[in-house]
Design a protein around this ligand. Structure first.
Ligand code: KG4
Ligand code: ZN
Length: 334
């Protein structure tokens, strides 16, 4: 069963809508909230208000761009979680209203599954089972993907997410939110081996990033006491070194899981997979190890509704619908 589906994403600080028809994405409109930059992180209350303001124009633009009218829709999908409750509520309520008015099914999508299903928006697509490293601002997971809707988490962070580690270390250096893309940019001019930061040994395929953030903070405090311009004068080397360390931690567990589970179809997903050095490192490592590496288009790595639409397409085929009295779940698992 295939159809035309409108999908809405509002889990964090991007308001986004997309239309998918028979598994092909026709539009993907993303409005990024800039209001959080000066606060050094997403302010939940401001995020909800911005979603409330943006959602109607974003949905209208997604329908226009796809050349689809409301009456042509077969279902409406929304991000059910995980994410910020107030932010999720905006998308959920909007989708419910549309489903009720148009008398069409409602589909609730897991945001983390959707990040992984971004691999199915464009060609080439991975074969099953594939191993996906999902790295975002809230999650760091190693997932074995058996089929589009059958996924198994084999490892995850025991504390901070890697995106959080990027953003928090950037904030310590005085950079704006989100710091990940800025570290990526400055790191291009820096020496990744200039400074070394400890990385603790965590069992199995799990990760830990809170210790490295503290080590980084302590190191900068000590150096800044000796030289108040230390951070400013060494920005590129600091960014390159912290980025190198974070990527090393990710790669170690990805390589271990790939070997132990004997899976050579490898993907990365989530906002941090937009990182240029992580993308290059995975490609290089993949060449050495005979992996088939899959990296979604840049625009499908950070939060977007096209990935929600792709997940909704598979759920629609399986008639996996939500009742109209559903509510979002900020800690939704799969
Ligand atoms: O998936 P995403 O857009 O939102 C969540 O679901 O969290 O991920 C956002 C995270 C932020 O921590 C941001 O700093 C990070 O992705 N990020 C990057 C890059 N682009 C986005 N981190 C490192 N390098 C990048 N180029
Ligand atoms: Zn995300």
């Amino acid at each position: 069963m295939s159809g035309t589906i409108l999908a809405i994403e509002s889990s964090c600080d991007e308001t986004s809508a997309s239309v998918v028809k028979n598994g092909t994405v026709l539009s993907n409109i993303v409005s990024t909230q800039e209001v959080h930059q000066k606060y050094g992180g997403v302010v939940p209350e401001l995020a909800s208000r911005a979603h409330q303001k943006n959602i109607l124009p974003v949905v209208s633009a997604a329908l226009d761009d796809a050349g689809v009218e409301k009456k042509d829709l077969d279902a409406v999908a929304f991000t059910k979680g995980p994410g910020l409750l107030g932010a999720l509520l905006v998308g959920t309520s909007f989708a419910k209203g549309m489903a009720m008015a148009l008398d069409i099914p409602l589909i609730g999508v897991n945001h983390m599954q959707a990040h992984i299903l971004a691999h199915f928006i464009d060609d080439p697509k991975p074969n099953f089972p594939f191993l996906c490293l999902t790295v975002s601002g809230g999650h760091t997971q190693l997932v074995v993907v058996h089929s589009p809707l059958n996924m198994e988490i084999v490892g995850e962070t025991i504390d901070d997410a890697v995106g959080e580690a990027f953003d928090k270390t950037a904030k310590i250096m005085g950079l704006d939110y989100p710091g990940g893309p800025l570290i990526d940019k400055y790191a291009k001019e820096g020496d990744p081996l200039k400074y070394e930061f400890p990385n603790v040994n965590i069992p199995e395929y799990n990760f830990s990033f809170s210790g490295i953030k503290t080590a980084f903070l302590n190191f900068l405090r000590k150096e800044s006491q000796k030289d108040e311009n230390f951070v400013k004068d060494n920005m590129a080397d600091l960014c390159a070194s912290i980025q190198y360390t974070l990527i090393k931690i990710l790669m170690k567990k990805l390589i271990k899981a790939s070997k132990d589970l004997n899976i050579k179809e490898i993907g990365i997903a989530g906002g941090v997979s937009a990182n240029s050095s992580l993308r290059n490192t995975i490609l290089e490592e993949g060449k050495k190890r005979g992996w088939n590496v899959f990296i979604p288009e840049f625009e499908h790595c950070t939060d977007n509704a096209a990935m929600i639409a792709m997940a909704a397409h598979y759920q629609y085929e399986g008639k996996d619908f939500e009742a109209l009295n559903t509510s979002p779940n900020p800690r939704l698992k799969f």
